[in-house]
Structure formats: C-alpha cells, structure tokens
Design a protein around this ligand. Sequence first.
Ligand code: URA
Length: 420
Amino acid sequence: MNILDIIAKKRDSLELTKEEIEYFVKEYTNGNIPDYQASALIMAIYLNGMNSREIKDLTLVMAYSGDVLDLSQFGPNVVDKHSTGGVGDKVSLILLPTIASLGIPVAKMSGRGLGFTGGTVDKLESIPGYKTNINIDEFIQNVKKVGISMIGQTMNLAPADKKIYALRDAISCVENIPLIASSIMSKKIASGANKIVIDVTVGNGAFMKNKEDAQKLAEQIIEIGELAGKEVRCVLTPMDEPLGNAVGNSLEVIEAINFLKGDMPKDLKEVVLELGANMIQLAGVGNNIEENKEMMLEKIQNGDAFNKFKEMVQNQGGDVSYLDDIKKFKKSKYTVSVATKKTGIVKEINAEEIGKLACYLGSGRQRKEDKIEPEVGIVLNKKVGDFVEESDFLAYICANDENKAREAVNKILEIYKIEK
Ligand code: URA
C-alpha cells in the first residue's frame, strides 16, 4: 500500500477501504508517514468527507492503536463524559468529581486544547504537581482507591488520536464530523467506560455552528457507540457565549473550584446539572432527571463534591493547598480591566472570538509543540442579557505581554455587542 495513492483517492472524493484507513493510522502513529503527508490526507478528509462506514473504521482503528481498557471490575456501569468542545468549558472539572461523590466510578481520559477551544488536560495541568500522564495500572488503581481518575492521552490509550488530534489543531482541520466523531469515540472506546454522555455543543463557540450539524454529529457518535457495545447519550447544549465567566486554563480551574464551593454561574450550572443527571440515569442510580439534579446539588452544597475533587487531585500528585487557597495560583504579569463607553444590554459575546483571543494571549497553541501559559486568559464580568452603563467593566484581561493585553482590550470592546 502507498500513502500517495490513499491521499489521491480522498483528494478525488473516493471512498477509502478499511485496509487503507488501517494502513494510514498505523503507519502515521508509528512515525512512518511524515506530518506533511498525514496533513494532506486529513485535509482531504476535511474537505471531501467520509461515509459512515469509513468513520466507523477510522474510529475502531484509532481506538485499537494502543491498549483498550477493561473496567468491568468496577461493575456494569462505569460512566464517562466528553464534550465536543467549547469556550470556557470547565464542565468536566466540576461534573466528574460530583458524579464520583455519588459513588459512581469515573474513569476519564481527556484531551488538550483544540482550535479555539480549551482542553481539560491543559486545565488540570495548571494545578501544580497534577500528573495527567500516569500509566494504566495507576489509572485503574486510582479509580479503585478514590472512585475517580482524570488523565490525558500520554499513556498508550488511543495514541493515534493523540497524534492526529495535535496535527488537526495545527492545520485548521478541527470542525469536521468524521474527524470529531472518530476522535472522541476512539478515546471513549479505549478508556473502557460503558456508559457515556457526550456534550454536543452548538453555537458560534462550538465546532458545530447549527443544530442540524450537531444532530448529525450526535447520530454518528451514537452509531459508533452501538457498534462498540457502549450506551451513549448525546445532550445538545448551547455554546454561543463562553460558558461561565473564565476562559483560560488556571482561570477556569479557579472558577471550577469556586463552583464546587457553591458559587455557580447560571449557564454553567444548567449544563453541569443536565449532563450529570443523564450520567446518573445511565449509571442506574436515579431514574428521574430532576431528582438527579437535586442529588448533585446536595453533593455540591454539603462539600462532598469538592472533597472528591481534592481527593482526586491529591491522589494524582497535585498540590491541594491551591484548591484551599486559590490566591496561590500564579497570576499573569498584567491584569487589565475593560470598561465600556456604552449604555445598554449585552446582546452578544461571540464565544469563538473570545476563544481565539484567549489563545492569542497564550492559553492555546498555534503550533503542536507550543507551550501554553496557564495563567493567561479572559474573565468576563458581564454576560449576554446584562445591563451595562458607561464605565462598567465588561471583562478582565490576564496577559503576560503588555502589547497583547492592550490589543485584547480593543478586541473585547469589539466582541461585546451592546444595544440600547
Ligand atoms: N474533542 C475531541 O476529543 N476531539 C475532537 O475532535 C473534538 C473535541
């Protein structure tokens, strides 16, 4: 088989065979196909698509590119959750410890930032000492010991996705149903949970900009789940403005900690409770969605959810003194407030634009090998629907570069649409 023929086939909108997909995934993962050829094929898939059979083949080959965990020792209901991506999406950091505090085992493998969206692994790594790259035995031991483990893809789980994911991020090939469905489901299959809730975000801050596309992605994900013997439920959630207030890695961890201590922004609370209530239902712990939400709120209010988060962080080497005292998190060199000159109602805060701005400040990557700056980002002080008067602060910019901070102030003034 020859990679040039495979690229040419997809370039010409032809269907790839299972063997061709297998060849590409294996050889690229092993380092035998260079990034430039892989980029050409990924771009051809992005432009010309894949049918359902090709997507399923791609998913399974990526899932089985490394180890595939068997978590049946934890009973018939090990739950997992994944988001198709968003801006200010710190849901996993809040939701999963809350679910684990209910005694439901959680084994979660997350990704890094992708495109203009953030990634849970980058967020977790902004807690000093937290190890996202533990080995499989430790991952399983952690679930056994504290009921939850959240890790990255550094161990041998879906290594093909790890490589392709980073490549897509660096070549602007993210917003694509075959690539997103296979990426997410390969990780979910490899990491072993059998009940999975997928948060399919919709809106300008999501990869799916409208409901029809989100629905198509959801259907594809569910089909793959059925093929792999997993019970998958997709919940469509809005992503037009950033979720909650913070955008940027340690800023979002701080917001998650505050949430777990009871300070819950309305939009974030709705998403956390909706996804969680579905996870609880899938786990067979509660059948009534509204009652499940109450169960979660009780766990947050009585401190159990926060304590579970602390337990998980400590167990994975993180310094929990940061969770008790958020002032310990490293601060950016500059914090600049953005004051409006207008009076009126905030009509729009384009989440994609905010996400791109946060990346520009250093919270995301322009190239695969870029290091992120955990402390930079944006904290929104006003959200859609809020009334603002002249000189009210719309947002705060956290930056390590003075010029970038200045540029960001002007950009925020452009992004906020305020009408009388
Ligand atoms: N999350 C993933 O894991 N992969 C994608 O492609 C998008 C979101």
